[in-house]
Design a protein around this ligand. Structure first.
Ligand SMILES: [Zn+2]
Length: 319
């Protein structure tokens, strides 16, 4: 029997642990939401317990697994297996996550950034199947990315390559990114910025047709609400989505010029904004790339979607 893979998607709200076969199919998974707030050692012990649980629930032994892959929502020092920093979880500053987890198991453990894991999932099993090179961009509360070159994840010197969310697309922007810089792609076009955009457009006099109370709390604005606005043709929601899509279009144009990839895959929660958003991204890209496209470049939506993090983490063992 071919050995199974164990994937762990350690998110800011959700922690998934699953068994995945070498074809990228999830055989079983456990999802929990009570890990935020725990310290690093407790998270390690919790993950250990969940992995053992899923192994025994399937009448397996540790030796039936190829290893354990874990996707982390932040910067990772890949070769040393350290987490450097994260804005989604408490702690994990320069924490030896790989080694801490390895101590509890006899099989190999691999640790990488979650967007790298998702990119590798698309490469092995999703929209990037059959390509040697691809760029994957995830657009949700933040913006992350993964680079696959010559069928391998490109990680750079430290392991933090692919942080396109922090490339600067508008130095005069009103929006300050979580990193402190003005006009990062993430600051201009991610979910976290939607409340500020909504306030700014309201102050500019654009009226929303969304039914909101007079004392509306702008911090409640999120992708779901903007999608509702789009569905009823709300001019304010549409203006926000147009701006966001244009910035993503600029972002993937820059990516195209740097890497000349045959395919760029877009995933993450904000892709649920729908067809107007996606087609506006593409039209901005083509408007900028004009006659500099010499071979077809595919711009497509992620196929693995919600399970990409889990499957991708497991697939790290196949790299
Ligand atoms: Zn930034």
């Amino acid at each position: 029997m071919e050995k199974l893979l164990c994937g762990i998607d350690l998110g800011g709200t959700k922690l998934s642990v699953g068994l995945v076969n070498p074809n990228g199919q999830i055989l079983d998974k456990i999802i929990v939401y009570d890990h935020p707030g725990m310290n690093e050692e407790s998270v390690v012990n919790y993950i250990t317990q969940l992995v053992r649980q899923v192994i025994s629930a399937n009448n397996l032994r540790e030796s039936d697994l190829e290893g354990i892959g874990i996707g982390f929502p932040g910067h990772v020092r890949y070769r040393d297996g350290y987490t450097i920093t994260t804005s989604n979880l408490k702690g994990f500053k320069n924490f030896p996550l790989k080694e801490s987890l390895s101590r509890n198991f006899s099989i190999p453990v691999k640790l990488d950034n979650d967007a790298n894991a998702q990119a590798f999932c698309e490469f092995k099993f999703g929209a990037g199947r059959g390509y040697d090179d691809l760029i994957f961009l995830t657009i949700s509360s933040g913006i992350g990315a993964g680079i696959v070159l010559n069928r391998k994840i490109y990680r750079g010197m430290t392991g933090t390559a692919g942080e396109f969310g922090h490339t600067i697309v508008d130095p005069q922007s009103d929006y300050i990114c979580t990193c402190g810089n003005r006009g990062c792609l993430m600051g201009c076009a991610c979910g976290l910025t939607l409340p500020q955009m909504f306030r700014k457009k309201t102050e500019q006099g654009i009226k929303t047709t969304l039914p909101l109370p007079h004392d509306f709390d702008f911090s409640k604005v999120d992708g779901k609400m903007i999608k509702q606005g789009l569905d009823i043709d709300d001019p304010l929601s549409k203006a926000i989505v147009t701006d966001c899509a244009d910035y993503i279009g600029i972002g993937i144009y820059n990516i195209f010029q740097v890497f000349n990839p045959p395919i760029i895959i877009l995933g993450g929660g904000l892709m649920n904004l729908g067809e107007y958003y996606f087609s506006r991204i593409k039209s901005k890209f083509y408007e900028l790339a004009r006659d500099m496209i010499y071979d077809p470049v595919e711009i497509v939506k992620s196929e693995a979607e919600a399970d990409a993090g889990l499957i991708g983490a497991a697939a790290l063992l196949l790299e």
